[in-house]
Design a protein around this ligand. Structure first.
Ligand SMILES: NC(=O)c1ccc[n+]([C@@H]2O[C@H](COP(=O)([O-])OP(=O)(O)OC[C@H]3O[C@@H](n4cnc5c(N)ncnc54)[C@H](O)[C@@H]3O)[C@@H](O)[C@H]2O)c1
Ligand SMILES: [Zn+2]
Length: 667
């Protein structure tokens, strides 16, 4: 291939990856691989300047705009950052700065948060618009979605805000929320998201802001832009932003020379995993804004800032064996057992392979040398195979056909990514998993009974379903390993106490596929009694707010199963709460359910549907639980929905849309 062809090939490849990454939020290769390809192209372009294309991926900010949102031109361009990977790169950069500055320069060191770039606009102290970086020149207007993020202030604190200004930052998804979201997706047979960054970016581009509101996004701000803002340094602007109520990362630091910059980098290279969200480097910025202006920009990035990228957290190791795990719903997950390797400060021996398609796509085989990457997930994942190290006797992986625990033939439903063991009632990990779920904190929360004890009880054939828990006798469990008089007593008491747990949590505890916490709440509220739910038809179920085909089908199937009906009858006989409380039945509590939002103020003459519309338009959710009577309202920021009062008890005022927005504080 001649250089011209090579440049063309790399350009096309990078464009495709940019599209996957920025538009579809679904990268197909790792960032490290991407960066290496980009570097290769950069080198070639430097060597053959004549072959350079002005639209080359090396010269453009990678993003793009989608058609789903209004396009907005940025008043001030949004650049990317130049990258450096070594101390020398940074020292070279400093030399270029000193030529202009002619004296020692102060820097601000910030962490490079790995999320989606955002520009927020404020007018007269009020939030007015949020726009993605897009291609740097124009981006997508995603105001409604950004409004659902708690840390974005809608009204600024303090006074003397510039009439109009923009503030830039990063929308991030903390590890914890990312892991939870992916666990749900896997459970639902959907493909897990690749990393927190693309998930954050994808969350901003959702059509329905109530879905965005469910994601625990955060917004970290790092630079104020606009004319007549009257600031002299970057550090000062961070402090000002903080005073106005923005979430400005506390790690940012003012330093006085390059040595201090290097110390900052060294420190965070070690400690970055203590932070709740992903960072991929440090951004060093010239502190003096006047000097920043003198230094200016290249086609792609400012000359006054430099990103130092942490080493990619990838390692290679040998895949010894693929094993398969059976979850409580019968879902099978393939697991890679690896030769131990150090990655991001921990020793890694196992990695998730997700599902059969993933194995096939990457062509992963036992004995292969594989790349392991630690993204936002707790369990690292395999990103690829080093084919140069594959031995000639290697054989393609054939996915198992039978359950590794009970031998039943596996099934895979159309459109789903996972295989299932259909032997729900007799496959041991499913029995154990179901009971473990039943006793878990958000379900029956049985004190004195842990996951290990459940496994022990099942293995000793003392229980076979959660209903059996209520037949357990102290004498029977005392002989068990590590069981003393006191702990046996606690266990029995804990089981007894679970009879008081409210219906919605019992319903969640039953472990009906796709009936998570929120759905259980919805169903409990709607049907009020388990018998009514058990009799509900598919058509009936899908009428309930937020209940789709998949959930409805699963609920119907659960209650059609004679074994489940018997178990529920038993629970009823033991005295569990299988209907909502007496007060609720009598209709005395009439609430804006859960902690979805808190409204301060009082509405008058607003119909329920008008209120619903306003709330939904602004990213609210759970509107179905707004009281039918509009005079049930919340007052005061800290009053939970339980403290609702009737409107007539309150002072009555207002309502315009803007006033409404000021009062609503989405949780
Ligand atoms: N895997 C793939 O297919 C694929 C494709 C395209 C791009 N990528 C990856 O995307 C990255 C390139 O994206 P990019 O153009 O956004 O550049 P970048 O992520 O390297 O850096 C620029 C961005 O950093 C962010 N940032 C975070 N903290 C900051 C701070 N304190 N101050 C200023 N900015 C801060 C800003 O959003 C800014 O736009 C590379 O890491 C590349 O590997 C991967
Ligand atoms: Zn099985």
């Amino acid at each position: 291939m001649n250089p011209q062809e090579k440049i063309q090939q790399l350009t096309e490849e990078l464009r495709k990856h940019n599209y996957n990454y920025y538009v579809l939020d679904n990268p197909k290769i790792s960032d490290y691989e991407f960066d290496m390809k980009l570097k290769e192209l950069q080198k070639l372009e430097e060597k053959y300047p004549k072959l350079q294309d002005e639209n080359s991926p090396t010269k453009r900010v990678g993003g793009a705009i989608t058609k789903n949102f209004p396009t907005v031109k940025h008043e001030h361009r949004m650049y990317s950052l130049s990258n450096s990977y070594s101390e020398e790169d940074l020292l070279d950069w400093e030399k270029r700065i000193l030529k202009v500055a002619e004296q020692e320069v102060e820097y601000v060191c910030e962490l490079k948060y790995d999320g989606a770039s955002i520009s927020l606009t404020y007018q007269n102290g009020k939030f007015s618009q949020a726009v993605t970086r897009g291609d740097g020149i124009q981006g997508d207007e995603v105001t409604a979605n950004v409004k659902t993020i708690k840390s974005v202030p809608l009204q600024l604190k303090g006074e003397n805000h510039p009439e109009t200004f923009h503030i830039r930052g990063e929308i991030v998804l903390p590890y914890e929320g990312f892991a939870k979201l992916n666990a749900e997706r896997i459970e639902n047979g959907e493909e897990p998201y690749a990393n927190p960054r693309n998930t954050a970016s994808g969350s901003l581009k959702l059509q329905d802001s109530s879905t965005t509101a469910k994601r625990p996004l955060d917004c970290l701000l790092y630079s104020i832009v606009g004319e007549k803002v009257g600031l002299a340094t970057q550090f000062e602007s961070l402090e000002k932003a903080r005073k106005w109520g923005f979430k400005v990362p506390p790690e940012s630091k003012l330093v006085h020379n390059m040595n201090e910059v290097l110390a900052f980098i060294e420190y965070w290279n070690k400690h970055r995993h203590d932070l709740p969200y992903e960072t991929d480097g440090v951004v060093v910025k010239v502190n003096n804004l006047q000097l920043q202006e003198e230094l200016g920009f290249t086609a792609k990035s400012p000359r006054w800032a430099m990103a130092y990228k942490f080493k990619a957290e990838e390692a290679s190791t040998v895949l010894k064996q693929i094993t398969y795990q059976v979850g409580r719903t019968g879902a099978i997950t393939p697991v890679a057992n690896l030769e131990a390797v150090q990655l991001a400060g921990t020793s890694v021996k196992r990695a998730s392979l997700h599902n059969a398609d993933q194995i096939e796509k990457l062509d992963i085989r036992e004995g292969d040398t594989v790349y392991v990457e630690k993204g936002g997930e707790i369990i690292p994942k395999i990103t690829g195979v080093d084919f140069t190290k594959r031995t000639p006797d290697s054989k393609p992986t054939t996915y198992i056909k039978n359950c590794p625990e009970c031998g039943s033939e596996l099934i895979r439903n159309e459109g789903e990514a996972l295989h299932y063991c259909p032997n729900t009632n007799a496959c041991k990990p499913q029995i154990i998993g179901r009971i473990q779920h039943y006793i878990s904190r958000k379900a029956l929360d049985i004190e004195g009974l842990g996951s290990e004890t459940v496994a022990l009880l099942v293995n000793e054939q003392l229980i076979n379903s959660y209903a059996d828990l209520y037949e357990l006798k102290k004498e029977a469990i005392l002989p068990l390993e590590r069981m003393a008089e006191k702990s046996a007593e606690n266990l029995i008491n804990g089981i007894e106490a679970s009879k008081k747990v409210p219906f919605e949590r019992v319903l969640f505890g039953l472990g009906i596929r796709y009936v998570g916490e929120t759905v259980a709440k919805k169903l409990a509220k709607h049907y009020k009694k388990i018998n009514a739910l058990a009799e509900a038809s598919f058509e009936d179920l899908i009428q309930v707010d937020e209940i789709g085909d998949r959930i409805a089908e699963s609920v119907v199937a659960f209650f059609e199963d004679e074994k489940n009906r018997t178990i529920i009858q038993r629970l009823q006989d033991y005295g569990l709460q299988l209907q909502i409380s007496e007060e609720e039945l009598a209709g005395q509590t009439n609430v804006l359910e859960g902690k979805t939002f808190v409204i301060s103020g009082v509405f008058e003459k607003v119909s329920r549907s008008e209120l619903k519309k306003l709330i939904e338009k602004n990213g609210g959710k759970n509107t179905s639980s707004i009281s039918k009577k509009t005079d049930y309202l919340v007052t005061g920021e800290n009053m939970g929905p339980a403290k609702l009062k009737k409107a007539e008890d309150l002072e009555v005022s207002l309502l315009s849309e803007n006033e409404f927005l000021e009062m609503v504080n989405f949780k």
